[in-house]
Design a protein around this ligand. Structure first.
Ligand SMILES: Cc1cc2nc3c(=O)[nH]c(=O)nc-3n(C[C@H](O)[C@H](O)[C@H](O)COP(=O)(O)OP(=O)(O)OC[C@H]3O[C@@H](n4cnc5c(N)ncnc54)[C@H](O)[C@@H]3O)c2cc1C
Length: 414
């Protein structure tokens, strides 16, 4: 077995959107050595047969704070080149009278967010990681064992490209997604709530220009989001009861478009084309623990939520920024950053934003995915109130922009 005493300052298991971004943030300090242990080989845009679990067909609405972090990494311009700005959001209830609009100009921002395909974010991020001397990508790889060597060191045994490799670190970061095998290795349990819904993700072309407008439409079977994309396309995330989603996956393109059109209403205009459809089962997964001595659980491994409010990645990037800062601070002060008390500072700093964001997404799903008359009335009145009350509307706008708790946003000095 190959023994690698060459310790890394941080080892990240899972090089998806969150693990990859975290590695790039840490790597801004050239003295730091970072390893990413990633199960899947790096995927390139031109390889259509591969479907990487993180850099896939989804469209992600990036909040301004996330764009700011990518900007600090020097990759925002490349990501922006394949993204569409959201200038307006219309939130409405199918068949109801409630409707709220959020406008970038009213909020004093150039855009409420930017929509990018995950595949493109992955391409840009991986190209960037390739250029970093202090990041080692161990792939295709899987962790086989984890062991505490002493109070300050975790040893990771992994199979990398078929060869056993042993690496040591003062901080292991678990970012291998909601089903995290690494979390289970440490015996960290997670609480799961199955929403009984599946998201169908695809792209459509509307007949009319989308005018940088996003639509969030609530129906009794679940929410439908239409996000503006480049080339006048719109990204669809349609969350439905599982059986309805299965039926729509089996439908022809024409049948699918007809159903989608009925639910979307006349606002976005007529749809003339639909792309390939993909499905994602929707479950709220919350890790029982996010920190242990020399260990942090990050991204979907820590909190994977319903995509209704487009918050999952944006929340995790706020976590990433906070953790990066804390590690930098520890190194400056010569503190062991794997120390539980030090890591607890990170958790204390982030837990309110995490709880508020998770609860917001969860409550929106429950309130809006029912046709009980009382709930219909409540949400219609709610949407009207949001439109009429500037304070309430600003609150909704803050969520839309991923700034649910602006005062909790960490100082991003990465
Ligand atoms: C339909 C849908 C739409 C969404 N839209 C938005 C949105 O608009 N805005 C937003 O902010 N968020 C959105 N999200 C949430 C966002 O996609 C997630 O928050 C994000 O993907 C989390 O990234 P991650 O890197 O933590 O996990 P993942 O994306 O799951 O990545 C995990 C990584 O770990 C690797 N891995 C897995 N197992 C192992 C192993 N055993 N060993 C090593 N590596 C492993 C995987 O290959 C992958 O690279 C959406 C989610 C869904 C389902």
């Amino acid at each position: 077995m190959e023994k690698q005493p060459s310790d890394y300052d941080v080892i990240i298991v899972g090089g998806g959107l969150v693990g990859g971004t975290f590695a790039a943030c840490l790597a801004r300090d050239p003295a730091m050595r970072i390893a990413i242990i990633e199960k899947f080989p790096v995927q390139r845009m031109d390889d259509e047969n591969l479907m990487h679990p993180s850099y896939d067909a989804r469209n992600t609405a990036l909040a301004n704070g996330t764009c700011h972090v990518f900007d600090q990494l020097g990759i925002w311009q490349a990501i922006r080149s394949q993204s569409a700005a959201i200038k307006h959001i219309v939130v409405c209830d199918r068949g109801g009278f409630g409707r709220s609009t959020i406008d970038a100009v009213e909020e004093n921002v150039r855009a409420l967010g930017y929509v990018v395909e995950n595949r493109w974010i992955g391409e840009v991020l991986n190209r960037h990681l390739d250029t970093l001397q202090n990041v080692s990508l161990l792939t295709p790889a899987e962790v086989q064992a984890l062991e505490y060597i002493d109070e300050k060191t975790v040893e990771v045994t992994a199979l990398v490209d078929g060869k056993p490799v042993v690496v040591r670190t003062p901080l292991l970061v678990i970012a291998d997604g909601a089903q995290s095998a690494t979390r289970r290795f440490l015996g960290i349990e997670a609480q799961k709530t199955d929403y009984g819904q599946t998201a169908i993700v695809t792209t459509i072309t509307p007949e009319m220009p989308h005018n940088d407008q996003a639509w969030e439409r609530f129906t009794a079977t679940g929410p439908l989001a239409l996000l503006p994309q480049t080339d006048n396309r719109m990204g669809i995330t349609w969350c439905l009861d599982n059986d309805k989603a299965a039926a729509l996956m089996a439908a022809t393109d024409e049948e699918f478009l007809e159903e989608l059109q009925k639910v979307a209403g006349s606002g976005p205009g007529r749809f003339i084309k639909v792309g390939k459809r993909f499905t994602y089962p929707l479950t709220l997964t919350l890790s029982d623990e996010q920190i242990r001595p020399n260990v942090v659980v990050l991204g979907n491994s820590a909190h994977a939520m319903h995509p209704v409010a487009g918050q999952g990645l944006n929340l995790s990037i706020r976590d990433v920024a906070a953790l990066t800062q804390l590690i930098y601070d520890a190194r400056e002060q010569a503190v062991h950053y794997g120390d539980l008390a030090w890591l607890n500072r990170y958790f204390q700093q982030r837990k309110m934003d995490q709880a508020a964001t998770v609860q917001f997404s969860d409550k929106v799903v429950k309130l809006f995915s029912t046709d009980k008359p009382s709930a219909v009335a409540a949400r219609n009145l709610g949407l009207l109130a949001f439109d009429l009350l500037p304070g309430a509307k600003r609150f909704l706008a803050h969520y839309a922009m991923g700034r649910a708790a602006p005062t909790l946003l960490p100082e991003v000095v990465i």
